[in-house]
Design a protein around this ligand. Structure first.
Ligand code: 5U1
Length: 672
């Protein structure tokens, strides 16, 4: 590229990148995918590499420019960075408003209200529209120069947009780490075996204190502006200053509002408290400021806090308490979750006595032991969790946690598959903790297809202990059933009829109905086809199971564990004793002619879809739910819609039901 053309293209790219930054960080309305943004940035980098003179300090490529430093220089704030007086309840807010009204001799005070972020306060100095310095708050009078690190934060403009900004402008606000970025960063760090960040606030503070700006650039930091130092060349109201800052390219919290009087403040607080769990960042309260700057001047300061501003705090989301014991709970899917029993502690607005510890690995990683002091976190409606263990406060030797080898509810073996974080009870058919879900699945349309056995009825049957395993279902009679709530005689008779009708499932359906982990319909049908009968499957070892198409080591291990559990075998024997008679799958001789093919069924067919699916699977085909370039055939029934249209568009072969039946007849199946 010639120098003139390069300079022009670099200027265009810079303007475009700045515009994308503005859309992304200030308007929260991204205009291009991340990949396109990166492409523009790389193009600009390439031009600047060829013409280094074009790489001006305000270029978006120059965010990570500086080399690591030995420390941070001290900075004296020209106007001190204030702290805020705190309020924790309604009375303190009303007192604040009363004092403001009295001081200003007005009936109603107009305020600006905004969320109080849990991050790091920062002062950004701009000269002639360019960022020249960023300083931390420090003790309010003196902070640290963290310019090189702050320049790496894309939400902070290196150069101001628009016009009308004062030649010297100091913008103040909060640097924070959004929760999603915090979680993603920690997941990556944990995977790499590196140190994880304690909480978003510490993460933001630690990130800013990195000696190497390249490290700060790796951290997902963001920024909201909330004030300026001084008012020269600025509007006379706080809220209007925020609007002006937004125009100049600073992210301003979209939850900022103008409100009137104490009632307006309290309503705002209540509203934000409700929104808190849905926000993308941690907040520890809201801040109220008298909106008119002249009125702010009139009210002045008391010690180092302004009389015109107040932080109204939310209940703390983290507290310290003692971990009394670690128990385990069995979930509806058999997952065994360790639970921390705690000395009661008030956190996040409620008293917490239990908190999740997620899984065994998490306990090891945190090194949590009964008797430890722990930090409990409860954010919004989220289940309280043990955020971290204060190992340094541990007294003496405490025993490590041991995962039980037997389910505390049903006594079945507890298994933990290699590569899985969760330990599970293997007594899926007998465990009371899992019973409701097991029955629901057993009765579902694609399993035993027992109509009329709804969630509420299942709950009654389990509660009353009329049903303790799925085999008990077949012992129910109409008289017993009609004694239940909302169960008429007719529904009871119908249900008994349905149960009777369900007694002859195809083997694949029965296997699916048993709810073996990782065994969906397709796998269940493949197992049925391969073994042809239940006895052989019960005995099959892991190697034999892995010979089945679709079955890998994980599924094989789950199947084996299921049939190794004597409680499960007893339920199967009971089912057979109650007259459940599985039907051998229709198996064609020799080759599977549709092996490797993918079919999609659409429209209404003259037979139940499961049936058509079973036939196709018995011929070796895979049945998928959506049409793509990889689909071999679409079987189109009556009134086929978008899937048929897509198949035609992609040129995928379409077959009607008549031809399908003919094809099946050719293989000697499909007679129903
Ligand atoms: N949102 C917000 N946070 N915050 C913190 N506004 C705000 N204002 C502050 C502080 C310390 O101080 C004002 C007095 C400018």
């Amino acid at each position: 590229m010639k120098p003139d053309a390069a300079a022009a293209r670099a200027a265009d790219l810079r303007a475009e990148i700045d515009q994308h930054n503005y859309r992304y960080y200030v308007l929260d309305d991204p205009s291009v995918p991340d990949a396109e943004y990166d492409r523009l940035l790389r193009e600009l980098e390439a031009i600047e590499a060829e013409y280094p003179d074009l790489a001006t300090p305000d270029s978006p490529t120059q965010r990570v420019g500086a080399t690591p430093s030995a420390g941070f220089d001290e900075v004296t704030h020209s106007i001190p960075m204030l702290s805020l007086a705190n309020a924790f309840d309604e009375k303190e807010v009303r007192d604040f408003d009363r004092r403001a009204r009295e001081g200003l001799e007005v009936g109603t005070v107009h305020y600006a209200a905004e969320p109080k972020l849990d991050g790091v306060a920062i002062a950004l100095s701009y000269r002639d529209g360019a960022l020249v310095r960023a300083a931390t708050r420090g003790d309010g009078a003196r902070g640290e120069d963290v310019t090189a690190n702050v320049r790496t934060i894309r939400a902070i403009p290196l150069k101001l947009r628009g016009d009308g900004w004062p030649a010297e402008l100091e913008v103040r606000g909060e640097i924070y780490m959004p929760l999603a970025g915090f979680q993603a960063f920690n997941e990556k760090a944990a995977e790499a075996g590196a140190k994880t960040l304690v909480n978003p606030r510490n993460a933001a503070a630690g990130s800013l204190r990195q000696l190497d700006p390249a490290m700060t650039a790796e951290r997902p930091l963001a920024f909201y502006a909330y004030s300026t130092a001084g008012r020269t060349g600025l509007p006379g109201s706080h809220y209007e200053i925020l609007e002006r800052l937004r125009d100049w390219g600073f992210p301003v919290n979209p939850e900022s509002r103008r409100v009137d009087g104490a009632d307006g403040l309290l309503a705002y607080h209540a509203d934000l408290l409700k929104k808190r769990p849905d926000l993308a960042y941690d907040i520890d309260g809201v801040v109220y400021k008298v909106d008119d700057l002249d009125e702010q001047d009139t009210l002045g300061f008391v010690s180092r806090a302004p009389r015109w501003a107040l932080a109204h705090k939310f209940p703390a989301q983290e507290e310290i308490t003692k971990l009394l014991a670690i128990d385990v709970q069995v979930g509806r899917t058999g997952a065994i979750t360790p639970v921390a029993r705690l000395e009661p502690v008030f956190v996040g607005g409620v008293t917490v006595t239990n908190a999740t510890l997620h899984n065994e690995d998490e306990i090891r990683r945190k090194d949590a032991r009964a008797g430890d002091y722990v930090v409990v976190r409860r954010a919004g409606d989220v289940i309280p969790e043990v955020a971290r263990v204060l190992v340094e406060r541990r007294e003496g030797d405490l025993p490590e946690f041991q995962m039980p080898t037997e389910c505390p509810v049903c006594g079945s073996a507890v298994e933990r598959q290699e590569g899985e974080a969760v330990a599970r009870c293997t007594g899926g058919l007998v465990c009371r903790a899992q019973l409701r879900q097991a029955i629901q699945h057993f009765a579902s349309r694609r399993a035993m297809d027992i109509e009329g056995l709804g969630e509420k009825l299942i709950a009654q049957l389990v509660e009353s202990e009329m049903v303790t395993t799925v085999a008990d279902l077949y012992r129910l009679d109409a008289e017993q059933l009609s004694g239940l709530e909302r169960m008429g005689e007719k529904s009871a008779t119908n249900l008994v009829e349905q149960l009777k009708r369900s007694k002859t499932p195809e083997l694949g359906r029965l296997l699916f109905a048993l709810g073996i982990r990782e065994v969906g319909e397709v796998t269940a049908n493949q197992l049925a086809l391969h073994f042809g009968e239940l006895g052989a499957l019960r005995e099959a070892d892991v190697e034999a199971l892995e010979e089945v198409s679709d079955v890998g080591p994980i599924v094989a291990a789950h199947v084996r564990a299921f049939f190794d559990e004597p409680h499960n075998l007893k339920v199967i024997d009971d089912l057979l004793a109650e007259g459940v008679e599985w039907q051998a799958p229709e198996k064609i001789e020799g080759e599977t002619p549709l092996a490797g093919q993918t079919w999609v069924l659409t429209g209404s067919l003259g037979v139940p879809r499961m049936k058509a699916k079973g036939w196709l699977e018995s011929l070796g085909a895979r049945v998928s739910g959506s049409v793509s370039g990889k689909t071999d055939v679409v079987l189109a029934g009556e009134a086929a819609g978008s899937k048929l249209a897509k198949a035609e568009k992609l040129g995928v072969k379409v077959m009607d039901e008549e031809s399908f039946r003919e094809m099946l007849a050719g293989y000697g199946i499909g007679t129903e």
